[in-house]
Design a protein around this ligand. Structure first.
Ligand SMILES: NC(=O)c1ccc[n+]([C@@H]2O[C@H](COP(=O)([O-])OP(=O)(O)OC[C@H]3O[C@@H](n4cnc5c(N)ncnc54)[C@H](OP(=O)(O)O)[C@@H]3O)[C@@H](O)[C@H]2O)c1
Length: 324
Protein backbone atom coordinates (compact mmCIF):
# COMPACT_ATOMS: atom_id res chain seq x y z
CA UNK A 1 0.00 0.00 0.00
CA UNK A 2 1.37 3.44 -0.78
CA UNK A 3 2.24 5.38 2.35
CA UNK A 4 -0.31 7.97 3.46
CA UNK A 5 1.95 10.75 2.12
CA UNK A 6 2.36 8.99 -1.23
CA UNK A 7 -1.39 8.44 -1.48
CA UNK A 8 -2.22 12.09 -0.71
CA UNK A 9 0.38 13.23 -3.22
CA UNK A 10 -0.90 10.92 -5.99
CA UNK A 11 -4.60 11.55 -5.41
CA UNK A 12 -4.75 15.20 -4.43
CA UNK A 13 -1.53 17.12 -4.98
CA UNK A 14 0.03 15.76 -8.15
CA UNK A 15 -0.63 17.96 -11.18
CA UNK A 16 -1.20 15.63 -14.10
CA UNK A 17 -0.59 17.39 -17.39
CA UNK A 18 -1.95 15.95 -20.64
CA UNK A 19 0.77 13.88 -22.36
CA UNK A 20 2.70 15.69 -25.10
CA UNK A 21 4.94 13.13 -26.85
CA UNK A 22 3.85 12.61 -30.45
CA UNK A 23 2.56 9.19 -31.60
CA UNK A 24 2.70 10.31 -35.21
CA UNK A 25 2.85 7.39 -37.69
CA UNK A 26 2.48 4.88 -34.84
CA UNK A 27 0.07 1.98 -34.54
CA UNK A 28 -1.14 1.44 -30.99
CA UNK A 29 -3.13 -1.45 -29.52
CA UNK A 30 -5.14 -0.70 -26.38
CA UNK A 31 -6.87 -3.59 -24.60
CA UNK A 32 -10.10 -2.89 -22.76
CA UNK A 33 -10.46 0.26 -24.85
CA UNK A 34 -14.24 0.60 -24.73
CA UNK A 35 -14.53 2.21 -21.28
CA UNK A 36 -12.80 3.35 -18.10
CA UNK A 37 -9.14 4.21 -18.52
CA UNK A 38 -8.94 2.51 -21.93
CA UNK A 39 -11.27 4.94 -23.68
CA UNK A 40 -9.41 7.92 -22.23
CA UNK A 41 -6.06 6.43 -23.24
CA UNK A 42 -7.30 6.24 -26.83
CA UNK A 43 -8.44 9.88 -26.76
CA UNK A 44 -5.01 11.04 -25.62
CA UNK A 45 -3.25 8.93 -28.23
CA UNK A 46 -5.42 10.21 -31.05
CA UNK A 47 -4.82 13.80 -29.95
CA UNK A 48 -1.13 12.93 -30.13
CA UNK A 49 -1.48 12.05 -33.84
CA UNK A 50 -1.34 8.22 -33.83
CA UNK A 51 -2.06 6.94 -37.33
CA UNK A 52 -3.87 3.81 -36.18
CA UNK A 53 -5.44 2.75 -32.89
CA UNK A 54 -6.67 -0.80 -32.46
CA UNK A 55 -9.50 -0.87 -29.98
CA UNK A 56 -9.26 -4.35 -28.47
CA UNK A 57 -12.62 -5.06 -26.81
CA UNK A 58 -14.49 -8.16 -25.80
CA UNK A 59 -17.74 -6.62 -27.07
CA UNK A 60 -17.78 -5.35 -30.64
CA UNK A 61 -20.92 -3.29 -29.99
CA UNK A 62 -19.45 -1.55 -26.91
CA UNK A 63 -16.29 -0.91 -28.94
CA UNK A 64 -18.27 0.56 -31.85
CA UNK A 65 -20.19 2.80 -29.47
CA UNK A 66 -16.97 4.12 -27.88
CA UNK A 67 -15.40 4.62 -31.31
CA UNK A 68 -18.39 6.72 -32.44
CA UNK A 69 -18.20 8.83 -29.27
CA UNK A 70 -14.49 9.49 -29.70
CA UNK A 71 -14.81 10.28 -33.41
CA UNK A 72 -17.61 12.74 -32.70
CA UNK A 73 -15.64 14.37 -29.89
CA UNK A 74 -12.28 14.61 -31.61
CA UNK A 75 -13.61 14.97 -35.15
CA UNK A 76 -11.02 12.47 -36.29
CA UNK A 77 -10.89 10.43 -39.44
CA UNK A 78 -13.01 7.27 -39.09
CA UNK A 79 -10.12 5.12 -40.38
CA UNK A 80 -7.91 5.81 -37.35
CA UNK A 81 -9.78 3.63 -34.86
CA UNK A 82 -10.42 0.01 -35.68
CA UNK A 83 -12.51 -2.06 -33.29
CA UNK A 84 -11.30 -5.65 -33.02
CA UNK A 85 -12.76 -8.31 -30.77
CA UNK A 86 -10.50 -9.60 -28.03
CA UNK A 87 -11.61 -11.67 -25.07
CA UNK A 88 -8.68 -12.36 -22.79
CA UNK A 89 -10.62 -15.25 -21.25
CA UNK A 90 -10.46 -17.12 -24.55
CA UNK A 91 -7.22 -18.46 -26.02
CA UNK A 92 -8.92 -18.75 -29.42
CA UNK A 93 -9.91 -15.08 -29.31
CA UNK A 94 -6.38 -14.01 -28.31
CA UNK A 95 -4.81 -16.11 -31.06
CA UNK A 96 -7.11 -14.82 -33.79
CA UNK A 97 -6.51 -11.25 -32.59
CA UNK A 98 -2.76 -11.79 -32.91
CA UNK A 99 -3.12 -13.32 -36.39
CA UNK A 100 -4.95 -10.19 -37.47
CA UNK A 101 -2.39 -7.92 -35.79
CA UNK A 102 0.36 -9.71 -37.69
CA UNK A 103 -1.18 -8.46 -40.94
CA UNK A 104 -0.71 -4.82 -39.87
CA UNK A 105 2.33 -3.07 -41.32
CA UNK A 106 3.56 -2.27 -37.80
CA UNK A 107 2.67 -2.39 -34.10
CA UNK A 108 4.52 0.25 -32.10
CA UNK A 109 2.73 0.09 -28.77
CA UNK A 110 0.78 -2.54 -26.86
CA UNK A 111 -1.01 -1.14 -23.83
CA UNK A 112 -2.17 -4.02 -21.63
CA UNK A 113 -4.93 -2.09 -19.94
CA UNK A 114 -7.82 -4.60 -19.70
CA UNK A 115 -8.20 -6.02 -16.24
CA UNK A 116 -10.82 -7.25 -13.83
CA UNK A 117 -11.61 -7.53 -10.17
CA UNK A 118 -13.84 -10.61 -10.26
CA UNK A 119 -15.62 -10.27 -6.94
CA UNK A 120 -17.85 -13.30 -6.47
CA UNK A 121 -17.49 -14.47 -10.08
CA UNK A 122 -14.32 -16.47 -9.78
CA UNK A 123 -15.22 -19.35 -12.10
CA UNK A 124 -12.17 -21.13 -13.44
CA UNK A 125 -10.73 -20.01 -16.77
CA UNK A 126 -7.47 -21.40 -18.22
CA UNK A 127 -7.63 -23.83 -15.28
CA UNK A 128 -7.18 -21.02 -12.74
CA UNK A 129 -9.24 -18.40 -10.91
CA UNK A 130 -10.76 -15.81 -13.23
CA UNK A 131 -8.98 -12.63 -12.00
CA UNK A 132 -5.63 -14.34 -12.47
CA UNK A 133 -6.82 -15.76 -15.79
CA UNK A 134 -7.60 -12.33 -17.28
CA UNK A 135 -4.98 -10.17 -15.55
CA UNK A 136 -2.12 -12.63 -16.04
CA UNK A 137 -2.70 -15.63 -18.29
CA UNK A 138 -4.72 -13.89 -21.04
CA UNK A 139 -2.62 -10.73 -20.79
CA UNK A 140 0.69 -12.58 -21.10
CA UNK A 141 -0.58 -14.90 -23.81
CA UNK A 142 -1.40 -11.82 -25.86
CA UNK A 143 1.86 -10.07 -24.96
CA UNK A 144 4.14 -12.98 -25.77
CA UNK A 145 2.38 -13.72 -29.05
CA UNK A 146 2.68 -10.06 -30.07
CA UNK A 147 6.33 -9.72 -29.09
CA UNK A 148 7.69 -10.84 -32.50
CA UNK A 149 5.56 -8.17 -34.17
CA UNK A 150 6.91 -5.47 -31.85
CA UNK A 151 10.39 -6.76 -32.56
CA UNK A 152 9.90 -6.63 -36.34
CA UNK A 153 8.48 -3.11 -36.04
CA UNK A 154 11.60 -2.05 -34.13
CA UNK A 155 13.91 -3.48 -36.79
CA UNK A 156 12.02 -2.37 -39.89
CA UNK A 157 11.14 1.16 -38.77
CA UNK A 158 14.14 1.80 -36.45
CA UNK A 159 11.80 2.75 -33.58
CA UNK A 160 11.48 1.74 -29.93
CA UNK A 161 8.21 -0.12 -29.44
CA UNK A 162 6.56 -0.24 -26.03
CA UNK A 163 4.70 -2.90 -24.11
CA UNK A 164 3.09 -1.26 -21.10
CA UNK A 165 1.26 -3.09 -18.31
CA UNK A 166 -1.37 -1.19 -16.35
CA UNK A 167 -0.88 -2.58 -12.87
CA UNK A 168 -1.78 -1.22 -9.44
CA UNK A 169 -0.04 0.13 -6.35
CA UNK A 170 -2.16 -2.39 -4.44
CA UNK A 171 0.38 -5.06 -5.39
CA UNK A 172 2.15 -4.10 -2.22
CA UNK A 173 -0.69 -5.24 0.07
CA UNK A 174 -1.15 -8.57 -1.72
CA UNK A 175 -0.90 -11.62 0.51
CA UNK A 176 1.16 -14.15 -1.41
CA UNK A 177 -0.03 -17.66 -0.46
CA UNK A 178 3.08 -19.39 0.87
CA UNK A 179 1.69 -22.94 0.65
CA UNK A 180 0.36 -23.22 -2.86
CA UNK A 181 1.85 -26.49 -3.98
CA UNK A 182 3.67 -26.69 -7.30
CA UNK A 183 1.65 -24.13 -9.16
CA UNK A 184 -0.01 -21.00 -7.78
CA UNK A 185 -2.46 -20.87 -10.70
CA UNK A 186 -3.75 -24.42 -10.18
CA UNK A 187 -3.94 -23.82 -6.42
CA UNK A 188 -6.01 -20.65 -6.98
CA UNK A 189 -8.60 -22.55 -9.01
CA UNK A 190 -10.01 -24.00 -5.79
CA UNK A 191 -12.60 -21.45 -4.61
CA UNK A 192 -11.80 -22.15 -0.97
CA UNK A 193 -8.32 -20.71 -1.63
CA UNK A 194 -9.65 -17.44 -3.02
CA UNK A 195 -9.69 -14.45 -0.70
CA UNK A 196 -11.96 -11.99 -2.48
CA UNK A 197 -10.27 -9.01 -0.84
CA UNK A 198 -6.84 -10.23 -1.88
CA UNK A 199 -7.32 -11.70 -5.33
CA UNK A 200 -7.07 -8.49 -7.37
CA UNK A 201 -4.00 -7.33 -5.40
CA UNK A 202 -2.42 -10.76 -5.84
CA UNK A 203 -3.08 -10.61 -9.58
CA UNK A 204 -1.25 -7.29 -9.80
CA UNK A 205 1.69 -8.65 -7.79
CA UNK A 206 1.96 -11.69 -10.08
CA UNK A 207 1.69 -9.38 -13.09
CA UNK A 208 4.73 -7.48 -11.82
CA UNK A 209 6.74 -10.64 -11.15
CA UNK A 210 6.08 -11.77 -14.71
CA UNK A 211 6.77 -8.34 -16.22
CA UNK A 212 10.11 -8.06 -14.45
CA UNK A 213 11.09 -11.56 -15.60
CA UNK A 214 10.01 -10.88 -19.16
CA UNK A 215 11.97 -7.63 -19.30
CA UNK A 216 15.07 -9.39 -17.97
CA UNK A 217 14.87 -11.84 -20.88
CA UNK A 218 13.76 -9.50 -23.67
CA UNK A 219 16.27 -6.73 -24.28
CA UNK A 220 17.65 -6.44 -20.75
CA UNK A 221 18.81 -2.95 -19.93
CA UNK A 222 22.45 -3.72 -20.91
CA UNK A 223 21.51 -5.39 -24.22
CA UNK A 224 23.61 -4.70 -27.28
CA UNK A 225 20.53 -5.01 -29.49
CA UNK A 226 20.49 -1.73 -31.48
CA UNK A 227 16.68 -1.74 -31.70
CA UNK A 228 15.43 -2.82 -28.28
CA UNK A 229 11.87 -2.57 -27.04
CA UNK A 230 10.63 -1.14 -23.74
CA UNK A 231 8.58 -3.27 -21.35
CA UNK A 232 7.36 -1.30 -18.36
CA UNK A 233 4.44 -1.03 -15.97
CA UNK A 234 2.62 1.65 -14.05
CA UNK A 235 -0.01 2.46 -11.51
CA UNK A 236 -2.53 4.95 -12.94
CA UNK A 237 -3.63 6.28 -9.47
CA UNK A 238 -7.05 5.57 -8.05
CA UNK A 239 -9.49 6.69 -10.77
CA UNK A 240 -13.22 6.77 -11.32
CA UNK A 241 -13.93 3.87 -13.70
CA UNK A 242 -16.08 0.76 -13.91
CA UNK A 243 -13.52 -1.46 -12.16
CA UNK A 244 -15.53 -1.89 -8.96
CA UNK A 245 -18.89 -2.37 -10.68
CA UNK A 246 -18.95 -6.02 -9.67
CA UNK A 247 -18.97 -5.14 -5.97
CA UNK A 248 -22.18 -5.42 -3.96
CA UNK A 249 -23.55 -4.42 -0.53
CA UNK A 250 -21.57 -2.47 2.05
CA UNK A 251 -18.32 -2.87 0.16
CA UNK A 252 -19.80 -1.12 -2.85
CA UNK A 253 -21.13 1.76 -0.72
CA UNK A 254 -17.76 2.19 1.01
CA UNK A 255 -15.92 2.17 -2.30
CA UNK A 256 -18.33 4.65 -3.91
CA UNK A 257 -17.85 7.07 -0.98
CA UNK A 258 -14.08 6.64 -1.16
CA UNK A 259 -14.24 7.17 -4.92
CA UNK A 260 -16.23 10.37 -4.45
CA UNK A 261 -13.66 11.67 -1.98
CA UNK A 262 -10.39 10.59 -3.55
CA UNK A 263 -10.64 9.24 -7.10
CA UNK A 264 -9.22 11.15 -10.02
CA UNK A 265 -11.03 11.41 -13.36
CA UNK A 266 -10.15 8.52 -15.70
CA UNK A 267 -8.68 11.05 -18.14
CA UNK A 268 -5.89 11.83 -15.64
CA UNK A 269 -5.05 8.19 -14.94
CA UNK A 270 -5.00 7.63 -18.69
CA UNK A 271 -2.50 10.46 -19.10
CA UNK A 272 -0.13 8.57 -16.79
CA UNK A 273 -0.60 5.39 -18.84
CA UNK A 274 0.25 7.23 -22.06
CA UNK A 275 3.30 8.75 -20.41
CA UNK A 276 4.57 5.23 -19.60
CA UNK A 277 3.74 4.02 -23.11
CA UNK A 278 6.24 6.47 -24.60
CA UNK A 279 8.78 6.59 -21.76
CA UNK A 280 12.48 6.05 -22.37
CA UNK A 281 14.52 2.83 -22.27
CA UNK A 282 15.49 3.66 -18.68
CA UNK A 283 11.97 2.52 -17.69
CA UNK A 284 12.51 -0.99 -19.10
CA UNK A 285 11.59 -3.48 -16.37
CA UNK A 286 10.58 -0.65 -14.06
CA UNK A 287 7.35 0.51 -12.47
CA UNK A 288 6.00 4.04 -12.71
CA UNK A 289 3.74 5.82 -10.27
CA UNK A 290 2.64 9.45 -10.38
CA UNK A 291 4.40 9.72 -13.72
CA UNK A 292 7.87 8.79 -12.39
CA UNK A 293 9.81 5.57 -11.93
CA UNK A 294 9.20 4.34 -8.40
CA UNK A 295 11.37 1.70 -6.71
CA UNK A 296 9.64 -1.63 -6.16
CA UNK A 297 8.48 -2.49 -2.66
CA UNK A 298 10.39 -5.44 -1.10
CA UNK A 299 7.69 -8.03 -1.91
CA UNK A 300 8.40 -7.61 -5.66
CA UNK A 301 12.11 -8.09 -5.20
CA UNK A 302 11.67 -11.67 -3.93
CA UNK A 303 13.45 -13.52 -6.72
CA UNK A 304 12.31 -16.95 -5.52
CA UNK A 305 8.65 -15.99 -5.80
CA UNK A 306 9.20 -14.23 -9.12
CA UNK A 307 10.89 -17.34 -10.52
CA UNK A 308 8.14 -19.71 -9.38
CA UNK A 309 5.42 -17.46 -10.81
CA UNK A 310 7.27 -17.10 -14.10
CA UNK A 311 7.83 -20.86 -14.41
CA UNK A 312 4.20 -21.65 -13.59
CA UNK A 313 3.06 -19.03 -16.11
CA UNK A 314 5.34 -20.37 -18.84
CA UNK A 315 4.15 -23.95 -18.24
CA UNK A 316 0.56 -22.82 -18.59
CA UNK A 317 1.16 -20.71 -21.70
CA UNK A 318 3.06 -23.60 -23.25
CA UNK A 319 -0.03 -25.79 -22.73
CA UNK A 320 -2.24 -23.16 -24.40
CA UNK A 321 0.17 -22.36 -27.24
CA UNK A 322 2.93 -24.94 -27.57
CA UNK A 323 6.20 -23.43 -28.78
CA UNK A 324 7.14 -25.03 -32.12
N1 LIG B 1 -9.50 2.50 -11.81
C1 LIG B 1 -8.49 2.47 -10.96
O1 LIG B 1 -8.49 3.15 -9.92
C2 LIG B 1 -7.30 1.60 -11.24
C3 LIG B 1 -6.21 1.68 -10.36
C4 LIG B 1 -5.10 0.88 -10.61
C5 LIG B 1 -5.08 0.05 -11.73
N2 LIG B 1 -6.17 0.01 -12.55
C6 LIG B 1 -6.09 -0.89 -13.71
O2 LIG B 1 -6.49 -0.17 -14.86
C7 LIG B 1 -6.93 -1.08 -15.86
C8 LIG B 1 -8.20 -0.56 -16.50
O3 LIG B 1 -9.22 -0.65 -15.55
P1 LIG B 1 -10.38 0.42 -15.39
O4 LIG B 1 -10.19 1.03 -14.04
O5 LIG B 1 -10.48 1.29 -16.56
O6 LIG B 1 -11.64 -0.56 -15.26
P2 LIG B 1 -12.91 -0.78 -16.21
O7 LIG B 1 -13.62 0.51 -16.40
O8 LIG B 1 -13.64 -1.91 -15.56
O9 LIG B 1 -12.27 -1.24 -17.59
C9 LIG B 1 -11.74 -2.51 -17.74
C10 LIG B 1 -11.70 -2.84 -19.21
O10 LIG B 1 -11.19 -4.17 -19.35
C11 LIG B 1 -12.06 -4.89 -20.21
N3 LIG B 1 -12.03 -6.33 -19.96
C12 LIG B 1 -12.44 -7.00 -18.86
N4 LIG B 1 -12.33 -8.31 -19.06
C13 LIG B 1 -11.85 -8.49 -20.31
C14 LIG B 1 -11.55 -9.62 -21.09
N5 LIG B 1 -11.75 -10.85 -20.66
N6 LIG B 1 -11.08 -9.44 -22.35
C15 LIG B 1 -10.89 -8.20 -22.84
N7 LIG B 1 -11.19 -7.08 -22.15
C16 LIG B 1 -11.66 -7.22 -20.90
C17 LIG B 1 -13.42 -4.31 -19.90
O11 LIG B 1 -14.35 -4.67 -20.93
P3 LIG B 1 -15.95 -4.74 -20.65
O12 LIG B 1 -16.44 -3.33 -20.74
O13 LIG B 1 -16.43 -5.62 -21.72
O14 LIG B 1 -16.11 -5.31 -19.28
C18 LIG B 1 -13.08 -2.83 -19.86
O15 LIG B 1 -13.00 -2.31 -21.15
C19 LIG B 1 -7.07 -2.43 -15.17
O16 LIG B 1 -5.97 -3.25 -15.50
C20 LIG B 1 -7.03 -2.07 -13.70
O17 LIG B 1 -6.55 -3.11 -12.91
C21 LIG B 1 -7.27 0.76 -12.34
Amino acid sequence: MPSFGDFVHAQFKLKIEPPKTSFSSKTVIVTGANGGLGKEIVKHIIRLDASQVIFACRSQSKGNQAKREIEALLKCNSGIIQVWELDLESAASVKSFVEKANTLPRVDVLINNAGIQAFGNNKAVYDTERTLAVNIIGTFLLSLLLLPKLRRTAQEYRVTPHMTMVTSALYDVAKYPEKHGDDIFTWSKDESHVDQMNQYNLSKLLQLYATIKLSSIIDPIDTDNPTPIVINSLDPCFCKTGLANGLTGVLKVVLKVFEWIAARPAEEGAALVVKAACAGRQTHGRYMRSGEVQEYKPIVLDEGKAAEVWEALCRRLERIQPVR
